[in-house]
Ligand binder design. Structure first.
Ligand code: AVJ
Length: 316
């Protein structure tokens, strides 16, 4: 009990420190990982159902198509580790098609991970489920039982790698290669560059779900860090930076105002912004280059008929 309380307190401190340093910097930014509190995770689930947000359904269709091929490549008895597994919903089809001996779901959100692991255990009693709480932007270690498997597959769906800058992505991919060992495979997805209007619409949807997702971070800071952000004095902005090939999401102040959060005052002029997310858009070749820089070699590439979304299978 005591231990849990201390743990909760220190997680709060990390959030407070991050907010203070992010809002004190120029330009201001907050890590996108803070978007996923319970409310934020639920709003993100809503985003995946939004018509303008083509990513989730496009990826699901690709995976459905390639499962038989994957089942030929990965014989029963392999080990699968999933990065940023969340509720592990997309993974169910993969687990039933590949019949691995063990599955390691890895996520930063502890509560989700434990309940997802229990659900999976009910559904797949023959698969050893070994959840790990980890921040993907920091080094992690894989369980020996996973490393002992003759065939190992890392699974990183959802184009989550798009949130990482090139440097963090390279570091993650390099660490993952070292952690999994030679001969391991990585099945990873990335959103592809396309018409700018389609991209911006996916992050500023007609249903207004994405602005709610972004502005929920203000609600979270108000609740957890004693903030007094007025949600009607800020707006969500999504832009495509062509040069950097990324969507950039900001919270923009629509008034001159002073906000108190985490015990400090921050002045916002009209138009001042806090960057909350990057979502990088790749091509088959730019993503293949990134994999190579991290010591992986692209083995297979799949996409949808529009070439909007890519699934990559790499080996090391
Ligand atoms: C979860 C990182 C894949 O970048 O498309 C969606 C997050 N943010 N809408 C993305 C997100 C706003 C999403 N990823």
């Amino acid at each position: 009990m005591l231990k849990e309380k201390q743990h909760a307190a220190s997680a709060q401190d990390v959030f407070a420190e991050d907010v203070i340093s992010g809002l004190s910097a120029a330009p201001r930014s907050l890590s996108s990982k803070w978007l996923y509190d319970t409310a934020g995770s639920a709003i993100f689930e809503e985003i995946t159902q939004v018509k303008d947000y083509y990513l989730t359904r496009t990826e699901a269709a690709i995976f459905e198509n390639i499962l038989p091929e994957l089942a030929v490549l990965f014989k029963p008895g392999s080990g699968i580790v999933e990065f940023g597994s969340g509720a592990s919903i997309k993974t169910r089809n993969l687990l039933s098609a590949l019949q691995p001996a063990c599955y390691v779901p890895m996520d930063i959100a502890d509560e989700f991970l434990q309940s997802a692991a229990e659900d999976l255990h009910q559904l797949f009693p023959d698969i050893e489920i070994m959840p790990i709480v980890a921040d993907l932007t920091a080094p992690y270690q894989l369980p020996q039982a996973f490393l002992d498997k003759h065939s190992k597959l890392g699974f990183f769906p959802g184009s989550t790698i798009g949130n990482f800058t090139a440097e963090i992505a390279r570091r993650f991919l390099t660490h993952t290669r070292e952690a999994m060992g030679s001969g391991a495979h990585l099945l990873i997805s990335a959103d592809l560059v396309k018409d700018k209007n389609i991209l911006v619409r996916a992050y500023d949807d007609h249903e207004g779900v994405t602005p709610r997702f972004t502005l929920n971070l203000l609600t979270r800071m108000n609740r957890e860090l004693g903030g007094n952000f007025d949600l009607s004095s800020f707006r969500h902005v999504a832009e495509f930076n062509e040069q950097m090939s990324r969507i950039e999401i900001h919270i923009e102040s629509i008034a001159d105002q002073i906000v108190t959060v985490a015990g400090k005052d921050f002045r916002f002029g009209r138009g001042d912004r806090i960057r909350t997310e990057y979502s990088y858009k790749y091509s088959e070749s730019s993503f293949s280059d990134l994999l190579e820089e991290a010591g992986w070699r692209l083995e297979r590439f799949w996409s949808d008929p529009n070439d909007w979304f890519g699934v990559f299978l790499a080996v090391c």
